[in-house]
Design a protein around this ligand. Structure first.
Ligand code: ATR
Length: 298
């Protein structure tokens, strides 16, 4: 891993930001943010935190008023992050979750959600010319990730959002929460949901090791539909592999992670990430190394 950047010295003035999740040990966010910090020559550091799952609000409370610039928030704290905020942006409100907290100097906390920017940025980068307004968007899954994706596509002007889920009642809840005429489908009605789809996004936690459990009728998607997976472990998921075998354009979850990291960096440091750093190559290097670790399933 010789290409992974070396840190500058920590000083008394070093600005701290971080990511909180549980588990957090394999998060790629510190790698991405510190590579940008080093290339930009900032006196800053980005670290990972793993507060006890039931103590997020205490943890966030302790950081108010100057301890830290901001936090990215990942599973399982995205909903809790919303509840500790004093000010909530529209994107976080509609997604029902926050993945970015800014700790203001006056002691208040502002919640935002840049996962949607990550999702749309990944689609623009890996499926050039993709237009969210061009047709229905299908989200498979009805957890927090699915709700965030649905919210982003409603805000981007998708003419219809279709939520497909194993448990229909959860799909109906997500459809109701994001509004905009969203419709819910059971998993066995997936082919009907895929009919005429502009984009299909896998936001389930199923089929990471094998897609037997999901077995989606991807052949029912139009030939020019874009198929995206929000998971990036493995980088080429069974869902994406099948999509590629069918000749569909695909978008991966690593690109989404990187594309949400950019707006987070901007929120922490008030400048865009230095473009010369190939953070994707750094992440791929680490993912490959992690995949080779014995017994690693995370
Ligand atoms: P997150 O908040 O990360 O999105 P979640 O709330 O646990 O996680 O949601 C996981 C999603 O994956 C759900 O939509 C779940 O379907 P159910 O609502 O029916 O539970 C879906 N999922 C997980 N395992 C699945 C499987 N084997 N087959 C189909 N869907 C599955």
């Amino acid at each position: 891993m010789s290409n992974i950047p070396r840190r500058h010295a920590i000083t008394g003035a070093t600005a701290v930001a971080g990511v909180a999740g549980s588990p957090i040990g394999h998060s790629l966010s510190p790698l991405i943010q510190n590579a940008w910090i080093d290339a930009a020559g900032l006196d800053a550091v980005f670290v990972a935190f793993s507060p006890p799952p039931d103590r997020f609000s205490h943890f966030a409370e302790g950081l108010r008023g100057g301890a830290i610039r901001g936090l990215n928030v990942t599973l399982p704290f995205k909903e809790a992050a919303l509840s500790v905020a004093h000010e909530i942006g529209d994107r976080a409100e509609l997604a029902g979750a926050a993945n970015l907290l800014i700790f203001n100097e006056d002691g208040s906390i502002t919640a935002d959600n840049v996962d949607g920017l990550g999702l749309l940025g990944a689609l623009a980068a890996q499926a050039p010319g993709f237009d969210p307004k061009a047709g229905p968007a299908v989200i498979v899954g009805a957890g927090g990730a699915a709700r965030g994706a649905a919210a982003a596509l409603v805000m981007a002007g998708a003419p219809q959002v279709r939520i497909v889920n194993r448990t229909l009642a959860r799909a109906e809840m997500v459809a109701g929460a994001v509004g905009g005429g969203a419709r819910a489908y059971a998993l066995d009605a997936a082919a009907a949901a895929f009919d005429g789809a502009n984009v299909v996004i896998n936001a389930t936690s199923a089929g990471i090791a094998s897609d037997d459990a999901l077995n989606l009728p991807l052949e029912a998607t139009p030939a020019d539909a874009v198929l995206m997976d929000m998971t990036y472990k493995p980088l080429l998921t069974p869902f994406l592999e099948r999509a590629q075998m069918l000749g569909r354009r695909t978008v991966d979850g690593l690109e989404m992670l990187i594309r949400q990291a950019g707006p987070s960096f901007e929120a922490f440091y008030g400048r865009v990430p230095p473009p010369e750093v190939d953070v994707r190559a750094l992440c791929e290097q680490v993912l490959e190394a992690q995949a080779l670790m014995p017994g690693n399933t995370s």
